[in-house]
Design a protein around this ligand. Structure first.
Ligand SMILES: CSC[C@@H](O)[C@@H](O)C(=O)COP(=O)(O)O
Ligand SMILES: [Zn+2]
Length: 215
């Protein structure tokens, strides 16, 4: 039985609390999951529509590789469970985190037509295991389809490794990793890169900065 006492439940609940402190679950958005078994696939996923800032004994439920409930419960799995299924069915990842932030939404809109955003010359791309000096991290951006099976299908094209990140345009980001710590590290690093990029862009286009640099 995967309940509130299980180590995976506690690990995911702790991550949920940390992301809540960052205010990354606005308007009940966001969903999180952690793998329980590899074969057959089973994972804990957040219950749909909850206020994810609160810690309760009904925060997660167990689902199978098709996203169906794997235990008797009145809880409804996240509306976006199928995206988590793609990750656990296609890779050996252990954890997947999805959040909506202003920065990830703005970046996804600015670079949506381009289909991706690339970061280079940034120390924090090392959080994605890019260690060479000229390495570049590219995060794909997909269309936000309201039909979740269609969204899951376009998302799946970028799910080939045990860790990764995909932006969904004007929606949010999904990041996954071999374990919960790796997924969280990458989620935080991505948010740092988005905020840095937007801050730099707005300073570069601010009249006061342009004025100062012409002195
Ligand atoms: C309430 S707006 C956000 C939802 O539409 C969805 O994108 C989301 O992230 C949360 O849905 P949920 O079903 O609670 O997992
Ligand atoms: Zn979402």
């Amino acid at each position: 039985m995967t309940n509130i006492e299980s180590p995976q439940w506690k690990e995911l609940a702790d991550i949920k609390d940390e992301l809540a402190v960052r205010d990354w679950f606005m308007g009940t958005s966001g969903n999180l999951s952690i793998r329980i078994t590899e074969q057959p696939v089973a994972f804990l996923v957040t219950a749909s529509g909850k206020d994810k800032r609160k810690r309760t004994s009904e925060d997660f439920l167990l689902v199978n590789g098709q996203g169906e409930k794997a235990e008797a419960t009145h809880l409804k799995p996240s509306a976006e469970t199928l995206l988590h299924c793609e990750i656990y069915n296609r890779t050996s990842a252990g954890c997947s985190l999805h959040v909506h932030t202003v920065a990830n939404n703005v970046i996804s809109e600015l670079y949506g037509d381009q289909g991706s955003i690339t970061f280079q010359g940034q120390e924090l791309i090392k959080a994605f295991d890019y260690w060479e000096e000229d390495a570049a991290l590219t995060i794909p951006i997909i269309k936000n389809d309201a039909d979740i099976p269609t969204l899951a299908e376009s998302f799946s094209r970028f799910v080939n490794e045990d860790s990764g990140a995909v932006l969904i345009r004007n929606h949010g980001i999904t990041v996954w990793g071999k374990n919960a710590l790796e997924a969280k590290k990458r989620l935080e690093a991505a948010e740092f890169l988005f905020q840095y990029h937007l801050t730099l862009q707005s300073l570069r286009t601010s009249p006061s900065v342009i004025q100062r640099t012409t002195y």
